[in-house]
Ligand binder design. Structure first.
Ligand code: NDP
Length: 600
């Protein structure tokens, strides 16, 4: 549909009004940390913690976190000939987010052919375009097994502190098991979505029914299992779920199918695009030439970030957004327009309006009750919040036992011993599930769960008091021999997080192998190199996806204006992810390791 200026103005006004309804002065502070009387929300429901003797020993590399960040770094280290490695992980196994998130219906939102790391190295063919969580968890285990990363690993072990000892040139890692482990190098793959958060709803502590966070799914209570077996114990239960983000969208179809009654408490609807999942064809897969995954990764990153490629190998909702924008720009230019930021912005806005109109039309086409359909329509730009792709979510609301309780942007009013209040009405519940997400905008130490103390006993939190600073998102001046496995201040390709992690892991392994080769005791980024790198991230951010026009969420600092600190904490390489990947490959292979000081 072509959007006339009049429609566009009306749309902008509607977006703005919906956003204003949701702006809260407390921003990130509205959420509760699961500690103190809420600490049990972090308990591991999957593997019982076994007592063991504390360890007092030394390793060459300690990998903090056994998620994909730690695993791909470990795999690359082993390939580089560094064998003395230890994973230290709070969960009872490797997998990270995919260890914890076992809720029914969990699957990847980015195509498995690019999301699952090291497919060629492991020889694994994803079964589906979007694979379910058990297969992803299995893939994490496959990497750990193949590269010998289970040997020497410590699971169900929370790091409590990392302290640099300058005399020994070693990191001292202490844990909640009483361990005191020395490591020459530490890598921190503690994940951006690591710590669950709880909604700060008055009375949350008074609820007397059963209650858990989606990242600690209690199958003992619900019945069923992550493979999709029905949640049989819920058949006579009144179940409530708070939150309608990417997690809730995936688990609501199963909850709706199996609960006696399901009450979905919604503050902001997600945008639900078509998923169109299908099996991967083994015959076609067998024809792929060596190097195919790198080609797919580059193709996806290129198209998803507005670049040009002959073919769209992944063909999904992410590349669709970008291709629509590109086609509009090409159309404008073929009619004589010059390529200017204004033309690009207009193409972006028009494509987005089209896409969101399609998404709202889809709600009408699927959801039978008009009031429910109206409440499920998202009124914001697609990339203001994490886009969702699902073919059963909207349909779940056609079941007579599934009730959408829309809070009109205000959130749940309060919780009491027997249920939840919205708009002055009480909903009695046996079970309340929090699909309220993870800490994103808070301090690194709070998110990782431990403090890191570098040279001169300076903490990472204080070093980053005014925002993150690093070289390549990996090295921090004052923290020798420590490496962050992430994406901020690097490619920042959030549509495919694991791509960033593989690049970071490969880079870190190359540096550690070099340090060992030249017998360096320490490697540290120079203050100048760090300063030069971060000077790129101090520009303006926002555009029309900035806070002014976006419904609040963790993509935009919960609607609070982004100052320098937020810019440093959320920036990527200005020339974009593909340029970063090219840059970092050249940097790590030219033998110079510019910006790093190898000494001792
Ligand atoms: P989100 O932070 O995206 O969603 C939290 C939800 O809780 C939102 O709907 C929020 O509403 C709602 N909420 C918070 N407080 C209240 C309240 N007081 N009353 C009512 N509702 C409330 O968490 P998710 O776990 O859904 O997703 C987190 C991220 O994890 C995703 O964005 C994605 O990056 C990742 N993920 C990836 C998946 C994949 O790749 N397959 C699957 C699932 C998650 P509001 O929107 O108004 O703030």
């Amino acid at each position: 549909m072509d959007i006339t200026p009049r429609d566009r103005d009306a749309l902008r006004a509607k977006y703005r009004a919906e956003r204003d309804k949701r702006i809260r002065p407390d921003g990130n502070e509205q959420y509760l940390e699961p500690r103190g009387r809420f600490a049990h929300f972090l308990d591991d429901p999957y593997i019982a913690r076994e007592e063991r003797e504390p360890r007092f020993d030394e390793v060459t590399v300690a990998l903090i976190g056994g998620g994909f960040g730690g695993l791909v770094t470990g795999a690359r280290l082993k390939q580089a000939g560094i064998d003395d490695i230890r994973i230290i992980e709070g969960g009872g196994d490797v997998g990270g987010a995919w260890y914890w998130n076992r809720y029914p219906g969990a699957m990847c939102d980015t195509a498995a052919m690019v999301y699952l790391p090291l497919l060629e190295e492991t020889g694994h063919m994803p079964t589906l375009k979007y694979t379910y969580a058990p297969e992803i968890f299995g893939h994490a285990r496959r990497i750990a097994t193949q590269f010998g990363l289970y040997e020497n690993a410590l699971f169900s072990t929370e790091v409590t502190a990392l302290v640099w000892n300058p005399d020994l040139h070693r990191w001292i890692i202490t844990t909640d098991r009483g361990d005191e482990i020395r490591a020459k190098f530490v890598t921190m793959g503690t994940g951006p979505l690591h710590r669950p958060k709880l909604p700060g709803i008055p009375g949350i502590e008074t609820f007397g029914g059963h209650c858990f966070h989606t990242s600690r799914w209690d199958y003992t209570y619900t019945g069923g299992d992550p493979s999709g077996i029905p949640l049989a114990n819920l058949h006579d239960k009144r179940v409530g779920i708070i939150g309608t983000g990417a997690t809730a969208v995936q688990c609501i179809p199963a909850l709706g199918r199996d609960s006696g009654e399901l009450f979905v408490f919604q503050r902001t609807p997600s945008s639900i695009d078509i998923r169109n999942n299908h099996e991967i064809d083994p015959i076609e897969f067998a024809t792929f030439e060596p190097g195919w995954q790198q080609e797919w990764l580059t193709n996806f990153a290129t198209l998803q970030t507005g670049g040009y490629a002959e073919k769209d190998l992944v063909k999904d909702g992410w590349t669709d957004i970008a291709l629509r924008i590109r086609d509009r720009i090409v159309a404008a230019m073929s009619q004589g327009a010059e390529f200017t930021p204004q033309v690009a912005m207009r193409a972006f806005e028009d494509s987005d309006d089209d896409k969101m109109n399609e998404i709202r039309d889809r709600v009408d086409a699927v959801v039978e009750d008009p009031t429910t359909a109206a409440a499920l329509k998202p009124w914001y730009r697609q990339l203001c919040k994490r886009p969702c792709f699902h073919d059963e979510y909207l349909d779940a609301f056609n079941s007579p036992t599934v009730h959408l309780i829309d809070t009109d942007g205000r959130g749940v009013e309060r919780i009491d011993e027997s249920g939840v209040w919205v708009g002055g009405k009480h909903y009695a519940l046996d079970c309340l599930i929090f699909a309220s997400g993870f800490e994103v905008g808070t301090d690194y130490a709070r998110r990782s769960g431990f403090e890191t103390r570098g040279r001169d006993a300076v903490t990472l939190s204080s070093a980053w008091n005014d925002g993150m600073r690093s070289l390549h998102g990996i090295h921090v001046h004052g923290f020798p021999n420590a490496f962050i496995v992430g994406f901020t201040q690097a490619a920042n390709l959030i549509s495919n997080v694991t791509h960033n992690l593989v690049e970071a892991g490969t880079t870190i392994a190359a540096i550690i192998a070099h340090a060992q080769r030249v017998d360096a005791e320490e490697v540290e980024v120079t203050a100048d190199a760090e300063m030069a790198w971060i000077s790129q991230f101090n520009g303006e951010t926002g555009g029309f996806l900035g806070n002014a026009d976006c419904t609040p969420g963790y993509y935009n600092n919960e609607g609070k204006p982004a100052g320098p600190k937020e810019r440093f904490n959320g920036s990527g390489y200005p020339a974009g992810p593909v340029a970063y990947f090219r840059y970092i490959e050249e940097w790590r292979t030219n033998g110079k390791f510019e910006g790093l000081d190898f000494r001792g």
